[in-house]
Design a protein around this ligand. Structure first.
Ligand code: ATP
Ligand code: MG
Length: 493
């Protein structure tokens, strides 16, 4: 940075054929400006040519009446060659013709009259120099903005790609050959079309994840994805949340509220636990879906919105329809495309993949980035039925990471529920389980054998030597059985 004493003053050029006048102008200005003086147009142009690359002249102050030329003619040339310079005419005559020519041809900024007052002149030149600075700043900013636009666009695109990676199909952990692959294929096919989707599946299977993926794989991805849990609210609250209300619509409505349908305009509205809604609410929802418009509570004007509705339920909604608890017409309106998310026990091949992925996701925030499952722990995870599905698995893993004292997550960290199931606790449960076995004797014995081996393995904390000894098998023989039953502690990735 240049020290203030050495900082260059803004440069101005003064052109006048009268030497005394030139001198007076210089004396008035030199404290605030770097003043270049010229006694005629040619000398003036020479100075501008010479100085323009080093000390750009910001303002030219020029006498109008000079021998051989006029101030206007000179400034016209200055304007052509250095359009940024701010131009001022100084004249003893108020000739209207001159002024008009000055403005039209030379684009002068001000017309000053002689005799001039020093303070007045100084002020005018300071303002002119500021005009020049603002012009430059404006140009620089325009240029910055022009280059900023692609930068901003790139940032937005980058973020959109990240959001898609986080919520789109890529986020679904699944093993090759998993039934979840079929769900992903279906999502990919239906996402682009604005049809209602009804997602069914047990609690914790990933229904909300499916809804999000449909949104982020659709052309609505850049607009809002809004979730409403319909099971959590009584009718009146649910309606005011979804449709909004006008001020004064009811006691407590102190200001207007925009409903979720409106907030989701252009995007997707996810209605979770749709099976829990009352018949009265179902009628209202059906009307909105059919007409594409609704009236906020207390408003007389209908609101039209463009929203894709995705609903989810962990009930068997067809059964609910048959039992008369869910309106058939609403069911068909919502279930234009039904998507069923299979339970985790129906896709055991996903377990090892999911467990590792969920571990990676929780281990870092919990300060255990190196955490790993032992083979035994993975085998126990593979053997459990996971009635709470992915959410239960997620919680279990979180617990293990918190309880672990090192980076190895062993089977002993699993909760008793996981370790001890599904070995029946009562005879009745065991009998029921036996009755549930399917196939001929050979198939049933196989299933029985699987459970016996699994139970022994769990009890011996997946120590193969001890389990083999107890079962009267060799280690190799036990390993072969584990492989046959898919209980291999190291599932093939
Ligand atoms: N295939 C998967 N890959 C990765 N994470 C998954 C997968 N399936 C589910 N999850 C995760 O499991 C958790 C539960 O999923 P989600 O909330 O979508 O389930 P849900 O069916 O809506 O559950 P609920 O019925 O309890 O509302 C979420 O954290 C989700 O990210
Ligand atoms: Mg959910």
């Amino acid at each position: 940075m240049i020290p203030p004493g050495l900082r260059r003053l803004p440069a101005v050029l003064v052109v006048d054929d009268e030497l005394r006048s030139l001198e007076a102008l210089r004396r008035t200005l030199e404290e605030d400006f770097e003043v270049f003086c010229a006694s005629g147009a040619d000398a003036g142009l020479e100075i501008l040519e010479r100085e323009q690359s080093t000390a750009p002249v910001r303002v030219v102050l020029c006498d109008q009446r000079m021998p051989g030329t006029t101030g206007v003619a000179f400034l016209r040339e200055v304007r052509q060659r250095w359009p940024d310079i701010v131009r001022i005419i100084l004249s003893g005559y108020t000739d209207a013709e001159d002024i008009i020519a000055g403005v039209n041809e030379a684009g002068i900024w001000q017309y000053l009259l002689k005799p001039w007052q020093p303070e007045q002149l100084l002020l005018t030149l300071q303002r002119a120099a500021e005009v020049w600075r603002l012009q430059q700043e404006n140009q620089r900013l325009s240029l910055d903005l022009r280059t900023a636009e692609p930068v901003l666009r790139r940032q937005v695109d980058g973020k959109q790609a990240r959001v898609k990676r986080t919520f789109g199909l890529e986020s679904f952990v699944r093993a090759p050959g998993s039934p979840l692959q079929g769900v992903c294929d279906l999502i990919e096919r239906i996402a682009p079309f604005d049809l209602s989707v009804l997602i069914s599946g047990e609690s914790g299977t990933g229904k909300e994840m499916v809804a999000r993926a449909i949104h982020y794989e659709s052309r609505r991805a850049e607009r809002a994805f809004i979730t409403e849990n319909c099971g959590a609210l009584p009718d009146t609250l649910l309606e005011s949340e979804l449709f909004g209300y006008r001020r004064g619509a009811f006691t407590g409505a102190v200001e207007d509220r925009v409903g979720l349908f409106q907030q989701a305009d252009g995007g997707t509205l996810f209605l979770d636990e749709i099976g829990e809604t009352s018949p009265a609410f179902q009628v209202k929802l059906l009307r909105v879906l059919q007409e594409g418009e609704f009236r906020p509570l207390g408003s007389t004007r209908p609101v039209t919105v463009d929203v894709r509705v995705i609903a989810a339920t962990n009930r068997d909604l067809e059964e609910e329809v048959r039992a008369g608890r869910f309106r058939e017409d609403l069911y068909y309106r919502l279930a234009t495309i039904p998507v069923h998310v299979p339970a985790l026990r129906e896709r055991p091949m996903d377990l090892a993949f999911l467990a590792r992925q969920l571990l990676a996701a929780v281990a870092v925030p919990l300060g255990r980035p190196q955490a790993e499952f032992t083979a035994e722990a993975l085998a126990c995870i593979a053997a459990y039925r996971w009635p709470g599905n992915v959410r239960e698995l997620q919680n279990e893993i979180q617990r293990m990471v918190v309880l672990a004292s090192g980076d190895r997550l062993g089977a002993e960290l699993l909760s008793r529920r996981v370790l001890c199931s599904p070995v029946g606790e009562t005879q009745a449960a065991e009998l029921a389980w036996l009755e549930g076995l399917a196939g001929g004797l050979k198939e049933r014995m196989d299933q029985l054998e699987l459970q016996v081996v699994k139970e022994a393995m769990i009890r011996h904390r997946w120590n193969k030597s001890r389990a083999a000894r107890e079962l009267g098998l060799s280690r190799v023989g036990l390993r072969a059985k584990l492989a046959r039953f898919g209980l291999d502690p190291e599932p093939q990735a």
